[in-house]
Design a protein around this ligand. Sequence first.
Ligand code: NAP
Ligand code: 3JN
Length: 343
Amino acid sequence: MKEYIVAVAGATGAVGKEMIEVLEEFNIPVKKLVPLASANSVGKKIEWRGQEIAVKELTETVFKEEGIEIALFSAGGSVSAKYAPHAASAGAVVIDNTSYFRMQEDVPLVVPEVNKEDIKEWKKTGIIANPNCSTIQMVTALKPLDELFDIERIDIATYQATSGAGMQAMEELVDQMKKFFEFKLDGYKPQKFVHQIALNLIPQIDSFLDTGYTKEEMKMVNETQKIMHKNMQISATCVRVPVLRGHSEAITIRCKKPVDANAARAALAKADAVVVEDEPMKSIYPMPLNASGKNDTFVGRIRVDNFDPKILHLWIVADNLRVGAATNAVRIAKEWIKMQEGN
Ligand code: NAP
Ligand code: 3JN
């Protein structure tokens, strides 16, 4: 099997580090790994297959110079906007983890468990977009339920971990917790979040639009419709919670057909990369601590609405840095490689 020269742009970040670990765990045929970050990180060491390799600077020319064939980007939207086209014109397939290209018509937006057939559209621009973390775990669980019951509306409340906002945001939570126990939290000025996150919930992720929804909430709406090729009604409330890793979602789906909790459990149990944890009498249900570091989406609390036989409620948890970012990007790379090999 051919081996590929792979770059990770944003290699020193929360998501980039996971990408490198997952590339190794998934045995992706990598001939050479090129970790890229800002000029500040040049020379920093990254662990790869038991060895240390030095970070290089992300530049417009590095993709051609290094002969990059697969470029995973996770260094922010403006960085992707500037450098991803250079990677694509140097011949690499770009798998971009930012929102910059997601809604562009010619760019496929892919969760392999849901719409891997869209990957073939990569040739139009050289770019494949990775959805937002909250979208990925939701569509992974909803795809089998849509096949079964034909979903027409989705209502969501998210409980998103601090790691969704990057490495410094995780540190902010830990630092605030320490200061709380040292009685030193008075007058503390948050940096990454608009309010104190320790011992608190913040019902704002990203900025607000005139409609009263946040950009994060609208990503869930628009991206889900694009991935599922279906204009179902969707409304979300996205909330930041004092958890380090693992996004949770309370989801209500209204369907065209009557729903059945056992049929839903059976379909989810058969779905790729989904694990059903649903024994409430034994207090078994998904939780972010248990999902941390895993590559599956966990689903539980599956139950039919008290009043409407076409409404199902469920609870979905996944590691946002893995399932919601790095693992999905690597799964796209894996499918893209299969496609190159003619499989
Ligand atoms: P992070 O921990 O803050 O890391 C940011 C990374 O980007 C670092 O490696 C940083 O390098 C690099 N970087 C920043 N500016 C750069 C520049 N001008 N040139 C080159 N490299 C630069 O953030 P993160 O949590 O890993 O997230 C990174 C991005 O991934 C986010 O901005 C977002 O677009 C995307 N993301 C997507 C999801 C999703 O839902 N799929 C989830 C989280 C994040 P230095 O260390 O050298 O500064
Ligand atoms: O806050 C979260 O839990 C998820 C955040 C994702 C994120 C953070 C900064 C910029 C994104 C994203 O993936 O949508 C972006 C962005 O690329 O717009």
